[in-house]
Design a protein around this ligand. Structure first.
Ligand SMILES: [Fe+2]
Length: 250
């Protein structure tokens, strides 16, 4: 069975649509979303509607949480985007019942999902919503050993927007380094599935991952990034750097 793993959509509808179209063509049976459906981008309601329709599992991201509760640790640019996103959700299309169903969906998101010796989180197995696991953390043996000690066999995560594979002998492999396909070895492995709507690995293309048996496939897809940047520039509450970073993939 093929499963698609998407994460960090960040209200980027153009990227999400391209990814969902690609998923349709890959004969994937189900989609799991690892959080941050909203935040930063211009189309929170529309992205939520797609995720609610298409995803079997959806995990709570820190931006999904920030829209609902007073956010902690957000910089001023992110904070302004949170408040604008809240306003969009309160006044979203489809009338009161659609508005309520989007808030209900956000309110019911789980922090972690476990299934078949795999766990699915937004951040890390230790702190599922907020902890980052960056590529350079492979040099922090204490942190990585603690994280590997907490996972059953596999852990799928997002949050950093940097796709790749963390091996149990503490290496990080980028999608390019494994030619966009990694074969699981039977050892414990953590996989960052990348970001659909705000990649930060200097490749502006949308990223997601397909799991097919022991194959982990990274997919990269061009989407009309200029269209999204223009939408961001047109909203005063969304800082222009949020558009600029999409163009650069950072
Ligand atoms: Fe994110």
């Amino acid at each position: 069975m093929k499963r698609a793993l998407i994460s960090d959509i960040h209200s980027n509808l153009e990227a999400l649509r391209v990814v969902l179209d690609d998923i349709r063509q890959q004969q994937v049976s189900e989609i799991y979303c690892l959080g941050d459906v909203i935040g930063y981008g211009p189309n929170p309601c529309e992205c939520l509607d797609e995720i609610m329709k298409r995803c079997k599992v959806c995990i709570l991201g820190n931006h999904d949480q920030a829209a609902q509760f007073d956010p902690e640790g957000f910089n001023p640019v992110a904070l302004r985007a949170v408040y604008w996103t809240r306003d969009q959700l309160d006044n979203g299309p489809g009338g009161a019942s659609r508005v309520n169903s989007r808030w209900d969906f956000l309110g019911e998101l789980t922090r972690m999902h476990s299934e078949d010796s795999s766990c699915y989180v937004h951040g890390s197995p230790r702190e599922p919503t907020n902890e980052y696991v960056f590529p350079e953390d492979v040099y922090n043996h204490r942190k990585m050993e603690s994280l590997f000690g907490m996972i059953p066999q596999l852990c799928f995560q997002g949050h950093t927007h940097i796709p790749g594979v963390f091996t149990s002998n503490l290496e990080f492999l980028t999608p390019e380094e494994c030619r966009f396909e990694y074969r699981l070895t039977g050892e414990k492995t953590m996989i960052n599935v990348g970001s659909v709507g705000q990649p930060r690995d200097s490749d502006p293309r949308a990223c997601y991952t397909i799991v097919d048996g022991d194959r982990i496939v990274f997919r990269r897809l061009a989407y009309p990034v200029e269209v999204v940047a223009k939408k961001i520039y047109a909203v005063p509450q969304l800082d222009n750097m949020l558009g600029d970073r999409l163009l650069a993939g950072r």
